[in-house]
Design a protein around this ligand. Structure first.
Ligand code: ADP
Ligand code: MG
Length: 256
């Protein structure tokens, strides 16, 4: 890919459910190594936008590229067609996603959760996958829980396993959809700490969050969404400190 191009480029992205259009033409760039925090009220379309990035939702118009590659679709005869499942799977392997509700496999141990996809999708040997998993689990402070089952872990620990699982695929991009919203307040910090260290190591991340302190400190860019549009975006000090739009000010007055 061309290194002068943003890693993620979203252009004219539209998405509707039935007759209800929820994304009205989104343009967004994310440079490699940058953290973009996406903020906005519930229902503004943040999750849908994130899900379009790894093609969990198919856009109705516009395009999403990661590393210059169109995601989920291929152009043939002037029309867009769904990529074959294997190729979509390969693209998704490059894009880690962490959800609000962890979504670990309950019947697998922590270690097995982390090695499953690298073995199945990336074709790693079990030994290689296990070695990587131990590294990642120690990075998120959970080496000692490798043989535990998810239900025996706290929410914060489960979410850290989910992050390790995402990283095990060696993604170029990580997507986080309100990763701390389901956690008890005392567990939020440990997850944000892991995300902060990932950012410091140069991981490209798109983070939907209501944690304004995190956004202020870690994001290169904050984008504020309302009603399926990006109302404003810029450095956190601008968007959070002196927002240019009344919608942003009104939102921030409720969350800060
Ligand atoms: P946010 O993450 O900002 O809360 P969402 O992207 O989840 O917003 O939702 C944006 C809008 O799209 C909401 O009105 C929501 O009800 C609607 N929506 C999201 N997913 C679906 C779906 N699968 N089917 C129908 N409507 C949906
Ligand atoms: Mg959401």
């Amino acid at each position: 890919m061309d290194p002068s191009q943003p890693l993620v480029q979203i252009r004219g992205l539209r998405k509707r459910f039935g007759h209800h259009e929820v994304l009205h033409g989104i343009d967004l760039d994310v440079t490699a190594g940058e953290v973009l925090c996406l903020i906005g009220a519930s229902g503004s379309g943040k999750s849908t936008l994130l899900r379009c990035v790894n093609h969990l939702e198919r856009p109705d118009a516009g395009r999403v590229t990661v590393g210059g590659e169109l995601i989920g679709l291929t152009e043939r005869g002037g029309r867009l067609h769904e990529l074959p499942p294997k190729r979509l799977q390969a693209q998704r392997a490059n894009i880690g996603m962490v959800f609000q509700h962890f979504n670990l496999f309950p019947h697998l141990t922590v270690l097995e959760n982390v090695i499953a996809a690298p073995m199945r999708v990336r074709g790693y040997t079990r030994d290689a996958a296990v070695a990587t998993a131990h590294d990642l689990l120690s990075r998120v402070g959970l080496e000692h829980k490798a043989d535990a089952y998810p239900r025996t872990l706290s929410g914060g620990q489960q979410q850290r396993v989910a992050i390790a699982r995402g990283l095990a695929m060696r993604p170029q991009l990580m997507l986080f959809d309100e990763p701390t919203s389901a956690l008890d307040p005392e567990l939020v910090g440990e997850v944000l700490d892991v995300m902060r260290s990932l950012a410091a190591e140069g991981m490209t991340m798109i983070v939907v969050t209501h944690e304004m302190g995190f956004a202020r400190e870690v994001a290169r860019t904050v984008a504020f969404m309302a009603d399926g549009k990006i109302v404003e975006q810029g450095p956190p000090a601008e968007v959070l400190g002196s927002p240019g739009h009344e919608r942003t000010r009104s939102f921030l007055s409720k969350v800060l």
